[in-house]
Design a protein around this ligand. Structure first.
Ligand code: SF4
Length: 736
């Protein structure tokens, strides 16, 4: 039985300046539209008040905030002292939310493109005209091509309500979230196929004895309570094993650093499991109680001797043995981290299966220091758009491919269908909070897809690269100006007295200019498309109160609790309802390997290096690329080059270089070289998200190099359809 996941089971007008002018010049008046939001507590500074209920979204982690307000303006963000998650801590990006809120380049009014897609000329229009245009154009596509003729690219909490509308009520299956198909979808589906649940980042790092990180670069990849858990674990004496071709921030703190050849992680994991099984150093009692198909897996991975894996991974056999012995000596209290951005090589489902199986043979599920399924608050009501008349099958389900895909449709299938008109045309495009130019590999194809659309609408906070291709561009409220998401969880360190929290996002200031939130925009489009009778809620406040009602909570009751409701929690350990599928008949039914299997990846062509990319600690990809405070910390993405390789190439620290990839695609901009022994010679590394091409992002434009522009080749994961993006290869060209 394939999972065939759907989201259901997975989880006015204003005066108009008619001139066509650059976006940055569109009525850039002062923020006189900002008015005071409800405040509940007096702050300690004269004339400064504290607004509670903020929930950060400078990244997806959603730390709880308070805002310091003076004269109706937000002057500072801090962690909410009542938070049992992030506490009073927020990261650099969280702090810099103030600069996003008041960024002069922010979208302010509905805009119409009277130029070309990709070379827009913006004309300010009324909300009435903008909504009429969006609804009539999308309706025309729907009438001509069916609902499936509309594609949607959503991201973040702002997009969940409109995504539910387009997918569920309008009835298009062509919804593609970057967080699934270019990020964590493989992880979630591989763990679903192995243990019956997506893993989240639920490893008990504060209480573990050993942490194993495969490619995770904590310290560069920062999420506050997650970092607290990691650092507490190290402080408590946990041993740290880091497997990474690069000397990352985590590798710098490790006890064992395995400088593995890119793409071979599964071979490494199989050899560890085989060693543990052959030497009877696994948790046989746990496997007997919870395992399915263990004997088949044990037999199937026998070929993976330490020596064979060492050769494949280009490391020492003794290193693999050292890791296996350390895990065995400390099982079951070991934290095998499932990672987050795991779409790498097109063989990633297998690696994620191997990680889940390794956790299983060590008995590290539901125990202190191991993988601990979350036990957060339950009982929040669901508020959903009702089903419409039309429900088309997703392309991959019709074609019976990618049976283990995450919800939605793999992005390249939507893109190919749109460009080729097969299996059907896709002519309407809704982009809500996502920037597909910087998230989806092969930019020329994405641009081709956009160019052939009958209509493209974008809703965003900033003029990101994708907005250059919009016909209608709508200004969203930021996460600091609206009610929406309800963040729930337990305390970060599983303290003795268990507690849970419920924190709905509340505005810290009211929206300025003509920015509107997603429920208003969606409902107005829905009414105009003939779905007015299906609208589930009128406002974000109504949505949140409906969701909280079963728990006898409301926005006002939680505001009176300083923005966070706390309640008793549950013992995080034990009570396991788990079957660990070491050998899967479901996978075998689809001719996929039943047991975790190493699938070799393409080698770099002669003279090329594999392009690896990752996170900057002070940026969230391209989303923060116009933030003055964060650019002051980091405004480029130097490329890491091995010192010996640099000498061969005649490169030295600080040299300026451009790139050309295996398909002859050249980088539009340049960056500098960071020479280091801390990376293998067969790869180079840079931060993702730089090289913004939209000149309306006046601070971030052309800063650093856009790594996505060099990722033209997809390695599609056969089980899920997700996009492996590390099978692209580059040469460096010295510019100075
Ligand atoms: S980790 Fe930083 S950016 Fe992410 S939600 Fe927390 S404070 Fe905001």
């Amino acid at each position: 039985m394939a999972m065939n996941l759907t989201r259901r089971n997975f989880l006015k007008a204003a005066s108009i300046a008619a001139a066509s002018v650059p976006l940055s010049k569109v009525a850039a008046k002062a923020e006189s539209g900002v008015v005071k939001a409800p405040l509940v507590a007096q702050g300690s500074f004269k004339d400064t008040q504290t607004a509670v209920g903020g929930v950060c979204e400078m990244c997806f982690w959603r730390c709880q905030l308070v805002g310091k307000i003076r004269d109706g303006r937000l002057i500072k963000l801090e962690g909410n002292p009542k938070s049992i998650d992030n506490g009073e801590s927020i990261c650099a990006r969280g702090n810099a939310g103030v600069k996003l809120l008041y960024d002069p380049d922010r979208l302010k009014y509905p805009l119409k493109n009277v130029g070309k897609r990709g070379a827009p000329k913006w004309q300010r229009i009324s909300w009435e005209e903008a909504l009429d245009t969006c609804a009539s154009k999308l309706k025309a596509v729907q009438e001509k091509y069916g609902s499936k003729g509309i594609a949607m690219f959503p991201h973040g909490s702002t997009a969940s309500y409109p995504m539910n509308f387009f997918e569920h009520t309008v009835g298009t299956p062509n919804v593609s979230e970057a967080s699934f198909f270019q990020c964590r979808g493989i992880r979630d589906t591989a763990y679903l196929a192995t243990i019956g649940m997506p893993p989240g980042e639920n490893v008990d790092m504060p209480n573990t004895k050993v942490m194993l990180l495969i490619g995770d670069h904590f310290g560069e990849n920062i999420h506050v309570s997650h970092m607290k858990r990691y650092l507490k674990g190290l402080e408590n004496g946990a041993k740290l094993i880091v497997v990474d071709p690069r000397y990352s921030a985590s590798a710098a703190k490790s006890d064992i650093w395995i400088q593995i050849k890119p793409g071979t992680d599964t071979a490494f994991l199989l050899a560890i499991m085989n060693y543990l099984i052959q030497n009877e150093k696994y948790n046989a009692d746990f496997v007997d109680e919870y395992g399915e198909g263990f004997d088949e897996m044990a037999e199937g991975i026998q070929e993976w001797t330490l020596e064979k894996a060492a050769k494949v991974c280009d490391i020492q056999a003794s290193q693999i043995k050292e890791v296996a012995e350390l895990l065995a000596a400390n099982m079951p209290n070991v934290a095998i981290h499932p990672g987050r951005h795991v779409s790498w090589y097109g063989n990633d489902f297998q690696r994620q299966r191997a990680l889940a199986c390794l956790t299983g043979i060590l008995g590290a599920f539901g125990v202190k220091g191991g993988f601990v399924p979350p036990k957060g608050p339950k009982g929040l009501a669901k508020v959903k758009w009702p089903s419409g008349d039309e429900e088309a099958e997703a392309i991959h389900h019709e074609e019976d491919i990618y049976p283990f895909s995450p919800p939605g449709t793999p992005t390249d299938l939507i893109r190919n269908a749109a460009i080729e008109g097969e299996p059907y045309p896709i002519k309407g495009c809704v982009v809500w909070g996502q920037n597909p130019i910087q998230t989806i590999p092969n930019q020329p194809m994405t641009i081709k897809m956009l160019e052939q659309m009958d209509f493209v609408m974008c809703v965003d906070v900033m003029p990101t690269d994708i907005t250059m291709y919009a016909d209608i561009l709508l200004p969203d409220t930021s996460y600091l100006e609206r009610y929406d998401y309800i963040k729930t969880g337990t305390q970060w360190n599983f303290a003795d007295e268990q507690q849970q929290y419920i924190a709905p996002r509340m505005p810290l200031v009211a929206p300025g200019f003509e920015r509107k939130e997603s429920i208003y925009i969606t409902n107005e489009i829905a009414k105009r498309m003939g779905y007015g009778d299906k609208i589930p809620v009128q406002t974000q406040e109504e949505m949140i109160n409906k969701r909280l009602a079963p728990l006898n909570l409301s926005i006002e009751s939680i505001r009176a609790e300083d923005g966070i409701h706390l309640q008793p929690g549950q013992d995080p350990y034990g009570d396991l309802e788990l079957d660990i599928v070491f050998s899967s008949e479901d996978l075998e039914d689809y001719d996929f390997p039943a047991i975790p299997t190493y699938i070799p990846v393409e080698e770099p062509p002669a003279g090329f290096m594999r392009l690896l990319y990752g996170r900057s600690p002070v940026h969230t990809f391209n989303r923060t690329m116009n933030n003055a405070w964060l650019l002051a910390e980091c405004d480029s993405n130097p490329v890491w080059v091995n010192d010996k390789l640099a000498a061969k190439l005649g490169l030295k620290e600080g040299d300026t270089v451009s790139f050309v990839n295996q398909d002859g695609v050249k980088s539009r901009t340049n960056t500098t070289v960071k020479v280091t022994p801390g990376i293998r010679q067969d790869c180079v590394y840079m931060y993702h998200g730089f090289g913004t091409m939209n000149k309306e992002m006046t601070l971030g434009h052309d800063k650093g190099v856009d790594d996505t522009s060099l990722i033209t080749k997809l390695a599609v994961d056969p089980e899920t359809g997700a996009h492996g993006m590390r099978n692209n290869f580059v040469k460096l060209i010295k510019v100075s």
